[in-house]
Design a protein around this ligand. Structure first.
Ligand code: HMG
Length: 427
């Protein structure tokens, strides 16, 4: 096939770039220069990044920001956030400041159980399989001892292995549904290693067992954290709204997200602005978190809001429950220098404490978005933060930026208004 390549993975980094530039960039030297411009001059650091993943040819920067003033369980935090979208860090900081003055966030880990499954086929009698499983179960634990020894010393390990009959949904399909406690590790590698050993032991005892695959589940509804804010309704008053007006409209916005999937998806996207940016900054797997969180949001059969709110006896309460499998040891946490910085900034939290922080970031983000949506509208604040991006897009110089930022302190930022202002200034 035209432009196909064999053995690309074995090329050196320079050879990979040369091949790409010749075959996909018409030998344009600027394309090569752009890739090289993002290399780190510290060769040791660059090599570290090259080796995180495969076929690396450059680095892709995301901003590493911080949101101060988070009071969580009576302790102050500055939360690191890795995100490219303007107004997210500002919104988190804004909500943090707002709630710091109203008692702060309360967060609590409700459970920490993770799950992995050996999926297999068996077409004999269920009673026979059940008897076999009962006999071999102690051996399944025994033969994973070499893998679980260190985790057990830390207080974790395999919690249970259960035989699940799934034949109603798929003929001959069963699982060894295995639950784990992985303490401060996210546990993916630990869980998968245990599962593969369990599968090997299990299938060795009957030729009628056909193992399909052994893998952790990123759905972790029993690895759950809850975060909450509350205050007197009157304490929510703004310059334009009474506390009651604000709380009532806010509550309606949450109710709409609870019952209307189109709105719930956007509502939860706003929550994930906060969640993902902290998950990413702390070197955790945001794809796993995303998949698990959205499955949780759809657990009733209809996709719904991750946050909830109530007004009772003059008190406003707003809370979130999130399934989060996070680690503060292992994976990138000990490798990526900025991840180490992020964890240090958070005071080297345990995985449980990090779950609390991440849930709070999600709740804060949702509060800021709903506060804007139900009062000024989202564009006012968001576009104020986006102004610099538009100015950069039009290559505004330093003097132009100063002038236009001043101008838009008293004018509404829209894309066309910024373009017009730049044109007027340049004319
Ligand atoms: P404001 O009240 O105009 O801000 O809010 P301010 O200038 O008065 O400053 C007040 C505080 O806000 C500051 O305190 C900061 O904490 C923070 P200070 O530092 O002065 O003591 N703040 C900032 N922090 C860092 N950098 C900044 C900055 N500016 C203010 N430049 C703000 C402005 C944008 C914060 C507010 O309008 C807001 O929270 N808007 C919501 C923005 C948002 O949610 N963005 C997410 C992207 S939109 C989206 O993807 C999700 C969405 O679709 C979800 C949904 O539909 O639910 C909306």
């Amino acid at each position: 096939m035209e432009n196909s390549v064999s053995g690309f993975s074995k090329f050196t980094k320079a050879e990979k770039i040369d091949w790409l530039i010749a075959n996909h960039f018409q030998n344009n030297p600027k394309a090569k220069a752009d890739l090289e411009r993002y290399w780190n001059t510290d060769e040791v650091l660059q090599k570290l990044h090259d080796e995180f993943t495969e076929n690396t040819i450059s680095n892709f920067y995301l901003p590493f920001g911080v949101a101060p003033n988070f009071l969580i369980n009576d302790k102050m935090y500055v939360i690191p956030m890795t995100i490219e979208e303007s107004s997210v860090v500002a919104a988190a900081s804004n909500a943090a400041k707002f709630w710091m003055e109203r008692g702060g966030f309360k967060a609590e880990v409700l459970s920490t159980t993770k799950v992995g499954q050996v999926h297999f086929m068996f077409h004999g009698a269920f009673s026979e399989l059940e008897a076999l499983f009962k006999t071999i179960k102690p051996q399944l634990f025994e033969e994973t001892k070499a893998i679980t020894k260190n985790m057990e010393a830390r207080g974790g390990g395999i919690l249970d292995i259960a035989l699940m009959d799934k034949t109603e949904k798929l003929s001959g399909y069963y699982q060894l549904h295995t639950t784990f406690e992985t303490k401060d590790a996210m546990g993916a590698n630990f869980i998968n290693s245990c599962l593969e050993q369990i599968a090997t032991t299990f299938k060795s005892c009957s030729k009628d067992i056909q193992v399909v695959m052994s893998i952790l589940s990123n759905y972790v509804p029993d690895c759950l954290v809850r975060a909450e804010v509350s205050c007197k309704v009157d304490a929510l008053a703004t310059n334009t709204y009474t506390g009651q007006e604000f709380a009532d409209t806010f509550l309606q916005a949450v109710r709409i997200a609870e019952i209307e999937p189109y709105r719930a998806v956007t509502h939860n996207k706003g929550i994930m602005n906060g969640v993902d940016s902290v998950v990413l900054a702390t070197g955790n797997d945001f794809r796993a978190v995303e998949a698990g969180v959205h499955a949780y949001a759809a657990r009733s059969g209809s996709y719904s809001s991750l946050t909830h709110a109530s007004i009772e006896d003059g008190a406003f309460k707003f809370w979130i429950e999130l399934p989060l499998a996070l680690g503060t040891v292992g994976g990138l946490t000990g490798l990526h220098p900025l991840v180490k910085t992020a964890l240090e900034l958070l005071g080297k939290p345990s995985a449980k404490e990090l779950m609390e922080i991440v849930a709070v970031a999600g709740l804060a983000q949702n509060f800021a978005a709903l506060k804007s949506l139900t009062t000024t509208g989202i564009q006012q604040g968001h576009m104020k933060m986006h102004l610099l991006n538009i100015l950069n897009q039009f290559e505004a110089n330093a003097t132009e930026k100063i002038h236009l930022i001043e101008h838009f302190k008293t004018h509404t930022v829209t894309h066309s208004a910024v373009v017009e202002a730049i044109e007027n200034l340049r004319a």
